[in-house]
Write a protein that binds this ligand. Structure first.
Ligand SMILES: Nc1ncnc2c1ncn2[C@@H]1O[C@H](COP(=O)(O)OP(=O)(O)O)[C@@H](O)[C@H]1O
Ligand SMILES: [Mg+2]
Length: 298
């Protein structure tokens, strides 16, 4: 089982769209996929459920809160859901797609977890540092999760403790970004924070972690008749210059397709045959998934 975190400090860069679609495409290729929604915005959760169909389902917020209250992690497997609409499509193809959902109140969990470690400054000297940082890693190491091939985690747009538990659990990191100058700075910052987290963690941990950056995926790329805008090409070159791997496949700005596909509880990659815009988006997402498989040992 491989774990991939999809992360960027910025919101609105396509993290959730990519997590949902790569997960759905892998399941359509016959894989057993688990998606984890760690963003309190819960957009990943609502990529698979219409709001009316999602009441009173367990979410990862309750799992974290139970840990904060008791200091003993409960089984995470209890929180796994099997969204119906998407599985009706992928199960005949030999795969399945499960989801651990999120909800708004998850935002408070970060503060409670940090408080349990004596605040943000002295975390590493806390005897509970490893237990907290390894919460998700240890939960996923439980044999009940052994049936999954791939776990994709949709991270919130921050570097707080909940996000750190995802990174500690990850084999790979995928960074969706828009091709502009500020985003390039953000990517550099993210890379530095990730290196520092790994360094600090490995100083105290028995078994070192080494999450590998699979690459930056440029999303919402704007095309003119002669290809991507020049300013956007420059951003991609700049990313390569700072020695971040970049996916060759980009996802173009495609409001038509996203709107058309967004009506159902199924990601665009599994939408019924549609307009040219929908087919373009589907093709890009499929190519991106193939490239991810080629770049990693997923
Ligand atoms: N390729 C695209 N073209 C146009 N709009 C997109 C594209 N990908 C995502 N979007 C839209 O942009 C918004 C942000 O995307 P989302 O995946 O939710 O980003 P994040 O998870 O990083 O906040 C959503 O409304 C989504 O539907
Ligand atoms: Mg999101």
């Amino acid at each position: 089982m491989s774990v991939v975190s999809v992360i960027n400090y910025k919101g609105g860069v396509g993290k959730t769209t990519l997590t949902a679609n790569i997960g759905a495409e892998l399941a359509a290729r016959g894989r057993k996929v688990l998606l984890i929604d760690l963003d309190p915005q819960a957009s990943l959760t609502y990529s698979f459920y219409l709001p009316a169909d999602f009441d009173e389902q367990p979410t990862i917020r309750a799992w974290f809160e139970a840990f904060v209250a008791t200091r003993a992690p409960e089984s995470l497997f209890r929180y796994v859901l099997a969204p119906h609409t998407v599985n009706a499509i992928v199960q005949p193809l030999g795969g399945h797609l499960h989801l651990i959902a999120s909800q708004l109140g998850l935002v408070d969990v970060d503060l409670d977890l940090a408080a349990g470690l004596g605040g943000s400054r002295f975390q590493r000297s806390s005897p509970r540092y490893l237990q907290v940082y390894r919460l998700l890693a240890d939960a996923l190491a439980d044999p009940s999760f052994a049936g999954y091939d791939t776990v994709l985690i949709d991270c919130p747009p921050n570097f707080n403790l909940v996000t750190r538990t995802a990174l500690v659990a990850s084999d790979y990191v995928v960074v969706p970004a828009r091709p502009d100058y500020l985003s390039t700075l953000g990517i550099d910052l993210l890379r530095n924070r990730l290196s520092r987290l790994v360094e600090e963690y490995n100083e105290v941990a028995e078994h070192p972690i080494n999450p590998e950056v699979a690459g930056v995926v440029y999303t919402m790329v704007q095309y003119t008749a002669s290809g991507p805008l020049v300013s956007q090409r420059n951003s991609v070159e700049e990313t390569t210059r700072i020695e971040m791997p970049v996916f060759r496949q980009t996802i173009r700005d495609n409001k038509t397709a996203v709107t058309e596909a967004g009506q159902r509880a199924v990601p665009a990659v599994l939408a019924p045959q549609g307009s040219a815009a929908v087919e373009t988006l589907r093709y890009e997402l499929q190519q991106l998934t193939s490239e991810l498989l080629a770049r990693t040992r997923l």
